[in-house]
Design a protein around this ligand. Structure first.
Ligand SMILES: *Cc1c(COP(=O)(O)O)cnc(C)c1O
Length: 386
């Protein structure tokens, strides 16, 4: 049965899809197959696997699971999120033109701006939250639109329906980085996206103990090409890492609900605090794109960003006083994290691009964990006292 027609509850699919790979002893969880190679029963006769870079049953289990959650025809699990992005970019060739947002993930920006642009691919970074800027940036050479929504760290929203429709009319490939919301809160394929990309390091794994990525395909032709590239480039995920992500993904729904509940309470608390100048969270009615948010997302996610009034509270003091929020890059794990995009996750963008995207030295990003929310609020309240 094609995966996209699998209508079972996403919570059921997260637990059951792809996992039963042991016919010898009927283990309930997927075994880890730590082998580089698989022996042939006879010439041209094996059990579907020959070499782990090309395929491994533990990795297959995770790929089937993620493809089902997103509603794609298939998925590839990669060593990191950046490996998935790199693979997607190799669908292009020199001379091609890519349009993307000016507020995308810092590592994606660096890969586009400092690596692929020297291989002859042109990138145009625009305010994607306004579909008109995309329309104006289109050229005959535009071959890909790279979408990240909500954006990191300012939670700007790209109108998936409008932007994808515009690209499709011109046969331009659309790829959506769905890391921030996960398929639990947003399904880009329902809006016609060609591929969906994940840093599984974040919510899909959810326990901050592995790095990984995924590229999910909207049709068989893209899947064939993607699988070829993953094998040729050598960027597939190790069996043990794939096993960790598969273990984590089973509780995706429950974790996303918990992250969201905490993030929402934190956003409402920050919005009222005198040392906070501005709060960015899709679940606040004050978000300028609230109507669009209600239309294309089924939840708001677990990331909250805000502008700290550093006249009142020096940055150093704020970070030092926090007890439950570790000062760290990354997001999407069960433990709460806090970071300073300007000097950490987004520093590689450079000052000019940071300014265009709206990230300031006072911007702070929180990844709400699943701890007791009153403890988190008390912690923030203490750190915000100055
Ligand atoms: C972390 C992240 C990536 C990169 O993934 P890695 O697993 O760190 O390689 C890409 N996009 C977004 C939105 C991310 O948060």
């Amino acid at each position: 049965m094609p995966l996209q027609r699998d209508k079972k509850d996403i919570r059921t699919r997260a637990v059951h899809t792809g996992v039963y790979k042991d016919a010898s002893y009927n283990s309930v969880t997927t075994p880890i197959y730590p082998t580089s190679t698989f022996y042939f029963d006879a010439l041209r006769k094996n059990k579907g696997y020959d070499y782990t870079r090309s395929g491994n049953p533990t990795r297959t289990a995770l790929e089937e699971n993620i493809a089902s959650l997103e509603g794609g025809v298939g998925a590839s699990a990669t060593a990191t999120g950046m490996a998935a992005i790199t693979t997607a970019l190799f669908f292009l060739k020199p001379g091609d033109h890519v349009i993307t947002g000016d507020d995308i993930y810092g590592g994606t920006y660096r890969l586009f701006d400092q690596v692929f642009s020297s291989w002859g691919i042109d990138f145009h970074f625009v305010h994607m939250r306004d579909p008109n800027t995309l329309r104006k940036a289109l050229t005959k050479k535009t071959k890909m639109v790279w979408i990240e929504t909500p954006s990191n760290p300012l939670l700007n929203i790209v109108d998936l329906e409008a932007v994808i429709a515009l690209a499709r009319k011109k046969d331009i490939l659309t790829v959506v980085d769905n890391t921030f919301l996960s398929p639990y809160f947003q399904k880009p394929f329902e809006f016609g996206a060609d591929m969906v990309m994940h840093s599984t390091t974040k919510y899909l794994n959810g326990h901050s103990d592995v790095v990984g990525g995924a590229l999910v395909y909207g049709n068989k032709e893209l899947e064939r090409k993607g699988r070829f590239l993953i094998n040729a480039l050598g960027v597939s995920q190790a069996p043990f890492d794939a096993w960790l992500v598969l273990r984590g993904v089973k509780t995706l729904a429950q974790r996303m609900e918990a992250h969201q509940a905490n993030a929402r309470t934190i956003a409402q608390f920050l919005e009222k605090h005198k040392s906070v100048k501005k709060v960015y969270y899709p679940g606040l009615q004050s978000h300028p794109q609230y109507a669009l948010i209600k239309k294309q997302m089924t939840g708001f996610g677990g990331i909250v960003s805000f502008e700290l009034d550093t006249q009142n509270v020096p940055l150093d003091a704020f970070f030092r006083k926090l007890k439950y929020f570790s000062l760290a890059e990354s997001l999407g794990g069960v433990e709460s994290l806090v970071e300073h995009p300007y000097s950490m996750s987004h520093a590689s963008m450079g000052k000019a691009a940071l300014k265009t995207s709206g990230i300031t030295p006072e911007t702070i990003r929180i990844s709400a964990g699943i701890e007791g929310v009153q403890d988190l609020i008390n912690d923030l309240d203490h750190a915000l006292c100055g």
